[in-house]
Design a binder for this molecule. Structure first.
Ligand code: ADP
Length: 296
């Protein structure tokens, strides 16, 4: 049903009292290693909900790559499209201070070696998918090739994270383009878009996507199409850890679109999935089953 094309990273997390300055060493907590990366997160989130999901990604021939593959398989993701080798598995080195603020260094590693040729070689995965979902933690030319590889009638969903300028060909394919506040501002650049999220949504729509979703954390989300802007309510929950909420939201929305939901209905469901995800620590570990979403 759903093909996710994107990154797979090992998240290496150490708690610190404070960050080291240049030339300094500080002692931190025990190391925690978590499967992450936006592509891997989305595939797990969709599979946890019951979607038939496949991941097209690249990991290294190393322990981190095996950790990521194990997490995908445990969630029920089809990993036939996960390529192995060419560079070490992508890594995010994360320090967390007592305020909960993160400092992150990312080594893209194998994610940077997912090539347009890899996309072309995965043609059968494209034909088996009603929806293709991508992000920008892989080379942009690879995302461009994915857009060119879409089978007729296949829907393309893009979360442009980390944000960078997008070619018109990619923007035109998005249905929807999904952004949080930070990504919305980055994609719009210096252009005057107004102060209100609804203004950003309209301004983004004018850049060429068929539809736009702006996620607003505890405020829910906005859906913008040629017919206008709709508000999607958030579900009120006690947020514990918002890591990976956007990935869960995007995966849920993409899956529901493939199941035939209208965009506003898919976004409302995704908002519930995002809400459950923030009530638990971690990203992939926190993603809910369909039953947990129904129980919310
Ligand atoms: P990102 O993780 O990309 O920054 P958001 O923080 O906007 O994205 O979260 C994505 C979605 O997850 C939101 O649109 C909302 O549906 C849900 N969500 C996030 N934070 C909360 C929260 N504190 N309470 C309820 N829902 C939330």
């Amino acid at each position: 049903d759903l093909l996710v094309i994107g990154s797979a990273n090992a998240d290496l997390v150490i708690g610190v009292d404070r960050r080291p300055g240049p030339g300094e060493t500080v002692l931190g907590s025990d190391l925690a290693v978590h499967p992450g990366g936006k592509g891997a997160n989305q595939a797990v989130a969709a599979a946890r909900l019951g979607a038939r999901a496949a991941l097209l990604a690249r990991v290294g021939d190393d322990a981190h790559g095996r950790l990521l593959l194990d997490a995908q398989r445990a969630a029920g993701v089809d990993t036939v499209g996960v390529l192995v080798g060419g560079a070490p598995t992508g890594v995010a080195l994360i320090t967390v201070d007592p305020d909960g603020d993160n400092s992150i260094v990312v080594s893209p590693g194998a994610n940077g070696r997912l090539t347009p040729g890899d996309i072309r070689a995965a043609g059968s995965l494209f034909h088996a998918s009603r929806v293709v979902s991508a992000q920008l933690e892989i080379p942009l030319e690879t995302v461009v090739e994915a857009v060119r590889s879409l089978a007729p009638g296949t829907r393309f969903v893009l979360n442009p994270s980390p944000p960078r300028p997008l070619p018109p060909e990619v923007l035109a394919a998005c249905d929807p383009l999904i952004v949080n506040e930070h990504e919305a501002k980055a994609v719009l650049g210096d252009a005057q878009a107004g102060d209100r999220p609804a203004d950003w949504a309209r301004a983004l729509l004018a850049r060429g996507p068929r539809s736009v979703v702006v996620t607003l954390g505890a405020q829910g989300a906005l859906v913008a199409t040629a017919r206008g802007v709709d508000q999607v309510p958030a579900v009120r929950v006690d947020a514990v850890d918002t890591t990976g909420a956007g990935d869960a939201f995007t995966a849920a929305l993409a899956w529901r679109l493939g199941q035939g939901d209208a965009l506003v209905d898919a976004a409302a469901y995704a908002s519930r999935v995002g809400a459950v995800a923030v009530t638990k620590a971690g990203a992939q570990e926190a993603y809910p089953t369909r039953e947990e979403v129904a129980a919310l």
